[in-house]
Design a protein around this ligand. Structure first.
Ligand SMILES: *Cc1c(COP(=O)(O)O)cnc(C)c1O
Length: 363
């Protein structure tokens, strides 16, 4: 078996011990005689799987009791619509921070549905190379919520700290940074994340919502999009994404075994800092994100020469470093180094980058 270093932004690497456990349980889970993929979601075996997944996620993120955890389908992109439908209430006003492509999509989705969405801060003019600043005074007093994208997957930036939105609920898309380091869940009204970056295979979306926010849904919204319905039915109003939840559960269990998010964060900062320190030590590579806003999950850089960037991505792939080509809106390279990327992957990547630099001088 030949596993490569996969720097894909998503779907992305999963921890090898998790894949091995899933492999061992693939054909018959426990003594059930069937795969988790073949199980009724209402069977005792499966109910235990989903209950443990939720309990382990709560333990990992120290989610307070007054928050519901929902295991949904539709990806983070469906939540771009679900957030306003569940939260915007009678004022129909919500404020958005536009710090990248996904936060812009969320903002535009609210406008598309006819709501009064306002962009209160944007870094678009500077190709989203930083997180735009805003204060409580920028928020409309009757805004139902403030929406942010906590880690900008494409541009490689993240919020350096939780923004203060006062009494207005803060809603955060954490698709590409959930479980990368501890966050104080109590500072958020809603956290949501597509699972395929740092948690599980695609197909699962996790929503963590403070329970006093469950009574604000607009009347007549699609049942499947109403968080309260999903909460009252323990994410089983219909068939949940059973197998992806099982895989997420294995990931949660694995992260707890590694010492939880404090221990994981230490490893993640070490990995990211090694890479940024190297990038800062040479003029050959140029980083996209401004240093104060650098993501520890998605590292964006380029050589400044498009032909060299292209050569870099293709030679890297041949050397076993896959999916380093940057998103088309930024160009250059992006190394997505989620929890499952081993430290050795960073050490080996840096060695490759040094070699590439030596062998491909710029003229
Ligand atoms: C990948 C990503 C999305 C889109 O997620 P889907 O699950 O594909 O809808 C949204 N937001 C962020 C921050 C992402 O990284």
């Amino acid at each position: 078996m030949n596993r490569v270093y996969n720097f894909s932004a998503g779907p992305s690497m999963l921890p090898l011990p998790v894949l091995e456990k899933a492999q061992a349980e693939l054909i018959s889970y426990g003594d059930s005689g069937m795969s988790v993929m073949e199980m009724s979601h209402r069977s005792a075996d499966y109910m235990a799987i989903i209950a443990k997944a939720e309990a382990d996620l709560r333990a990992l993120m120290q989610i307070p009791d007054n928050y519901k955890v929902l295991f949904l389908q539709g990806g983070a992109s469906t939540q771009f619509a679900s957030v306003p439908l569940n939260l915007i209430g009678t004022t129909k006003k919500a404020d958005y921070v536009v710090s990248g492509q996904f936060s812009e999509k969320a903002y535009k989705e609210a406008i598309r549905m006819g709501f009064d969405a306002k962009c209160i801060a944007s870094s678009k003019a500077d190709t989203f190379s930083y997180i735009p600043a805003f204060t409580k005074d920028d928020i409309r007093p009757d805004a139902a919520y403030v929406h942010v994208c906590y880690n900008n997957t494409i541009f490689g930036t993240k919020f350096p700290e939780v923004p203060d939105t006062g009494d207005i609920p803060l809603v955060a898309d954490m698709s590409s940074c959930i479980l990368s380091e501890p966050v104080d869940v109590s500072k958020f009204g809603v956290i949501y994340a597509g699972a395929q970056k740092n948690m599980a295979p695609a197909g699962l979306t996790v929503v963590i919502v403070r329970d006093d926010l469950l009574d604000r849904a607009l009347p007549g919204i699609p049942t499947m999009l109403e968080w309260k319905v999903m909460a009252e039915n323990d994410s089983m109003y219909n068939t949940p994404p059973c197998y992806a939840i099982y895989m997420a559960g294995l990931v949660y269990e694995y992260l707890l075994e590694q010492g939880g998010l404090e221990a994981i964060a230490k490893i993640n900062y070490n990995k990211a800092n090694m890479l940024y320190d190297y990038l800062d030590s040479t003029d050959y590579y140029i980083t996209h994100a401004q240093p104060a806003y650098r993501s520890i999950m998605n590292v964006t850089f380029k050589t400044g020469d498009e032909a060299l960037d292209k050569k870099f991505a293709s030679e890297a792939a041949k050397a076993g470093f896959k999916n380093l080509k940057g998103h088309r809106s930024v160009g250059g390279m992006r190394a997505s180094i989620y929890n499952a990327m081993p430290t050795q992957g960073i050490i080996d990547l840096i060695a490759f980058m040094k070699k590439f630099e030596a062998e491909n001088p710029k003229n």
